[in-house]
Design a protein around this ligand. Structure first.
Ligand code: SF4
Ligand code: SF4
Length: 303
């Protein structure tokens, strides 16, 4: 054994749904072979019960899909906060953020909301969609969330506006940052991810080490499948990085079990093919950069 320090992950993702009302060009959803579905509240409750016994520092309620499509998303947040889980957040495209949803989220105790879309980026992310109705109210929705929150004297959810740095958005970045600075709590420029090689993005030439996600991340997909990276969205059994299913095995048994240890030890030896989706993945670079730049956004991979 060359890695005796196996610990339960501290950064957790739960996927309420992998369904979405958009089809963005940089999104790997269309290449995923996974069935589209919604997590049951019973399963969510069971996962939260298991997590509250662990020392996690952040819970993200998204993976690949639009969390606001789940009819119980605010209830999920309320439940997780009620069980004492710290820093509950999710990422949204904001198209479904009407006044009622805003109030529900503010009252749920949500700590942070990442919004990876505005009217200027929407045209580039989703060209040729029947976007007018969806996107017309986008900026108003986001400003209204800030207004409703501030009027209640609340500081949460912290609103984090994000733009993805890619060829199509190159000329929009300054304008986006200028527009949202002073309105949102935080504005960031996110490097484009390849989603474990699903999308071609330029590689960096850094020496590869064990990926930080294997050490720190835990993911439960909508159907209970468990993996160790938020980019394992195409997960099909062992070859896709699936470590088990929480409906049959406890999270503790999965994350402290043999398979995860084998993957980490293989990566320490330079064998990245232990999980095929890691083999050609350049995205570990970006997770390292994010951690070095800003610890608070280290898992802020918003879809
Ligand atoms: S990037 Fe997000 S909003 Fe766009 S299609 Fe994918 S899941 Fe939906
Ligand atoms: S190498 Fe890529 S796919 Fe594998 S765990 Fe790291 S970020 Fe995820």
């Amino acid at each position: 054994m060359i890695f005796p320090f196996l610990r339960f992950p501290t950064m957790f993702y739960i996927e309420p749904t992998n369904d979405c009302n958009l089809s963005c060009i940089m999104c790997p959803r269309k290449t995923s072979r996974k069935a589209v579905g919604y997590m049951s509240f019973d399963l969510f409750r069971d996962v939260v019960d298991q997590l509250k016994k662990q020392k996690i520092i952040q819970l993200s309620l998204h993976l690949i899909g639009e969390p606001l499509l789940h009819p119980q998303i605010a209830e999920m947040v309320r439940h997780a906060k009620g069980k004492g889980l710290p820093y509950v957040r999710f990422a949204t495209n904001a198209t479904l953020l009407n006044d009622d949803v805003c109030v529900d989220l503010i009252e749920s105790g949500l700590d942070s909301l990442t919004i990876s879309m505005d009217t200027s980026t929407a045209t580039y992310y989703c060209p040729g969609t029947k976007g007018e109705e969806l996107f017309a109210g986008l900026d108003k929705n986001i400003r209204q969330l800030m207004t409703l929150r501030n009027r209640r004297g609340r500081k949460t959810p912290e609103v984090h506006m994000q733009i993805i740095h890619m060829t199509q958005t190159q000329g929009l970045i300054d304008e986006f940052v200028k527009k949202w600075q002073g309105i949102a709590d935080r504005v960031t420029v996110q490097p484009q991810l390849s989603w474990a090689g699903h999308i071609k993005v330029p590689r960096k030439g850094r020496r590869r080490l064990v990926c930080i996600n294997h050490l720190t991340q835990g993911v439960v997909q909508w159907d209970g499948d468990v993996s160790c990276c938020c980019l394992h969205i195409d997960s099909q059994g062992d070859s896709g990085g699936i470590l088990g299913n929480v409906m049959h095995t406890s999270l503790e048994a999965i994350f402290l079990g043999t398979r995860r240890r084998e993957i980490i030890e293989a990566q320490l030896r330079g064998h990245y093919e232990a999980v095929p989706s890691c083999k050609e993945c350049p995205d570990w670079n970006d997770f390292m950069d994010l951690i070095q730049k800003d610890k608070k956004t280290s898992t802020g991979v918003a879809v």
